[in-house]
Design a protein around this ligand. Structure first.
Ligand SMILES: [Zn+2]
Length: 331
């Protein structure tokens, strides 16, 4: 979901990425971490030079950056289907050299309108994790509603910024959070704007991508709650409803799931039980790290969307992880 960050830290990250690649750490990492892979998590995309109308622009990567990253990956990496990656690891086998998988969360129209033409041109497979209520039109993404309502003057308690408001809301039990969001939306007298970037893809667009053979669809709940803030029955309903809607609209059984928000505290042992009950083969977090046979298939790591080609290279090659391992951290 949301990766709010300061432009300053992104600039530092970009410089560090370039330095790592120039110093040859990326090449070294590719050798040392052979047999492991990397998965990238994108959300929406935005056309260059067009105002998004949302405050959390980091959620919608600029199209030119996305294209440049994909071109680099197509040239230098083995971009494979996420499900295939999970199957190889399930057999206890090493991944092919330079294995990378691409994913998108939520189901934005921009995935189809801007991202799909790039993926099709380059022949890159991807998995899109759908919040099915977002596509159905009965559950707008609550964090996007908060973004837009605050831009229109709404306030959440004593919080002053979108980052503070989201941090506060994410800690609440799901039904309390929904009530706060409902009050916020009602407090804005004008009807809520619906910026272009917030639109969901249609089921027809999803079907077209599926029929093209490059795009798989996974589950991401129906109304995008943080699952650990829900009781187990609500969790079961969210996970089942989502799988039912994907099956009904696309005629395919989803095999991969992405946790909303995706942090280590955003799901519970019960969540993993329900996912297995529903038939999921793998589940994906937003915790950074390499994908390898040692990982629990229901708690797999993913990296956030890189904001430059250099950052993509330093991330997927494993250069960032290698440096962290050298420093004694956990990769
Ligand atoms: Zn999400």
């Amino acid at each position: 979901m949301s990766f709010l960050h300061s432009s300053l830290s992104r600039a530092g990250q970009a410089a560090k990425s370039a330095a790592l690649v120039f110093c040859g750490v990326a090449g070294l990492a590719r050798c040392q971490l052979a047999g492991e892979g990397a998965v990238l998590a994108f959300h929406g995309l935005r056309a260059d030079g067009v105002a998004t109308g949302v405050s959390d622009e980091g959620l919608h990567l600029r199209l030119s950056t996305f294209r440049a990253v994909c071109e680099r990956l197509a040239k230098g990496y083995e971009v494979m289907r996420l499900a295939e990656m999970a199957e190889i690891l399930e057999r206890g086998e090493r991944l092919p050299e330079r294995a990378v998988a691409l994913t998108f969360d939520d189901g934005y129209a921009s995935n189809y309108e801007l991202g799909y033409p790039v993926l099709r041109d380059l022949g890159l497979p991807t998995t899109i994790f759908l919040a099915t209520g977002f596509l159905d039109g009965d559950a707008p993404l609550w964090f996007q509603q908060v973004d837009v309502a605050m831009r229109q003057g709404g306030r959440v308690g004593n919080t002053r910024t979108l980052g503070e408001a989201l941090a506060h809301l994410k800690r609440l039990p799901d039904e309390v959070m929904r009530e706060e969001v409902r009050r916020l939306v009602e407090s804005v007298t004008m009807p809520l704007d619906e910026p272009e970037v917030m639109r969901p893809m249609t089921w027809a667009q999803a079907r077209e991508m599926q029929e093209g053979g490059l795009v798989d669809f996974g589950g991401h709940t129906h109304t995008h709650p943080i699952l650990s803030r829900c009781g187990v029955e609500k969790q079961r309903w969210e996970i089942r409803m989502c799988a039912d809607r994907i099956r009904a609209e696309l005629g395919a059984e989803p095999s991969a799931f992405a946790f909303p928000n995706g942090g280590v505290d955003d799901y519970t042992p019960e969540t993993l039980g329900v996912l297995k009950e529903v038939g999921y083969q793998s589940a994906w977090t937003t915790v950074c790290g390499r994908v390898n046979t040692a990982r629990n298939r229901m708690m797999m790591p993913r990296y956030g969307a890189p904001e430059s080609v250099w950052e993509a290279e330093a991330t997927v090659s494993g250069a960032f992880d290698l440096v962290r391992r050298w420093k004694g951290g956990v990769a």
